[in-house]
Design a protein around this ligand. Structure first.
Ligand code: ATP
Length: 142
């Protein structure tokens, strides 16, 4: 039997919670992690496991068994240092596929250099999708 992908989502802001919730609703096992106890508590019923941890701390990542995950989503936004350190540690630990959220294009470039497999710029990417959708469908046909 094919093994199901294991997902970890780090950072439970709007972006991270949306990703974690969608994966869970699609039937996948999701571990959600945030440094903030209140956010962890608020999200505790939503996915398979929710844990409070600082993901810039290598020992905490080890304790979570992070190296066994197939896909990690780094959804830490404001704190670029925490976002970059987390991505670097995940990469070094051997997480197979890392998606990281970038605040700006230089940040995105840095994430690529340290080994993120995919970099997302949520507002920019969504803007492009909306524009594409507006011109490729008959939105004026109502
Ligand atoms: P969004 O833009 O997605 O709504 P936000 O603005 O609410 O996010 P961000 O600063 O982008 O918040 O951070 C997202 C989450 O990442 C927060 O809930 C924050 O507690 C968490 N976070 C920040 N640093 C760490 C860390 N070192 N380890 C784990 N989680 C962290």
């Amino acid at each position: 039997m094919k093994k199901e992908k294991q997902f970890v989502v780090i950072g439970l802001g709007r972006f991270g919670t949306s990703v974690a919730r969608s994966l869970h609703r699609s039937g996948y096992q999701v571990l959600a992690v945030d440094i903030n106890a209140e956010r962890v508590q608020k999200f505790s019923d939503e996915v398979t496991h929710v844990v409070q941890a600082d993901t810039t701390d290598e020992a905490s990542l080890e304790a979570l068994g992070i190296r066994n995950f197939d896909v990690a989503v780094v959804a830490i936004g404001d704190d670029i240092q925490a976002n970059v350190l987390t991505t670097l540690l995940l990469k070094e630990m051997g997480v197979r596929y890392i998606v990281a959220k970038a605040r700006n294009f230089l940040h995105g470039k840095m994430l690529k250099k340290i080994g993120a497999d995919r970099v997302v710029h949520p507002e920019y990417d969504m803007g492009q999708r909306v524009a594409h959708n507006l011109v490729s469908t008959n939105v004026f046909d109502y």
